[in-house]
Design a protein around this ligand. Sequence first.
Ligand code: URA
Length: 249
Amino acid sequence: MAEPTFQSLIEDLEKYLEYQRDEGVQRLEVERAVLEELASEPLTEAPEEKIVEAVPVPADFADIGQLAAYIGQCRSCPLCQTRNLTVPGEGRTDGPDIMFVGEGPGADEDEQGRPFVGKAGQLLDKMIEAMGYSRGDVYIANVVKCRPPQNRKPHPEEMQMCLPYLRQQIRMIRPKVLVGLGGTAMEGLLGRPVGITRIRGVWQEYEGIRLMPTFHPSYLLRDASKKKDAWLDLKAVLAELGKTPPPRK
Ligand code: URA
């Protein structure tokens, strides 16, 4: 077997930490020697991060397209410095049954300006289809509209700056049910950190709209054994809408 490289070790560590984060772990103890070892390697891509300009979000957009155009110009947080395209969201905007909320764009989304178009997006598409919908029947958005570098979790200040956009979207779109995909989406919607493993499957409420927390598709790609639980959550959403899943193809 090939010797692991420093890069591959870092990638494995990153996956492990993402897994822990999705499990709701908020703190880890790391030995000083390990930190010193990591710090001795040069870091790639570390742009200087500073707030550029905090812009209050107006409440009177004519439609969701105008809001998306406004998001496209946003320079309220440091993520604007490293993004390629903003990813406002897409789908049905006239009171769809379901609006899915994820964490933030990854590399593919940043390239295309569309939410959930990478590997996690392919799984989300399957989840939507298993529920008897197509992508165009639902709305899909994220807590932050610009890609965090290296797909890290968005910082609290970035979430705070961006959340007014999501809130505005939900107010304009008025979905019947919200589905929060993963801990960060739930943290954004509920305004407090949550452990997704504990909260998933338990109905919450956001501004009078029923909100179902479930696992993020990226997490399901890392741990397929959790797909059963996610499917229970999605079936609960269908039941809330008075529907049952279509027969499997
Ligand atoms: N993960 C997310 O949370 N959102 C996307 O749009 C893509 C991947």
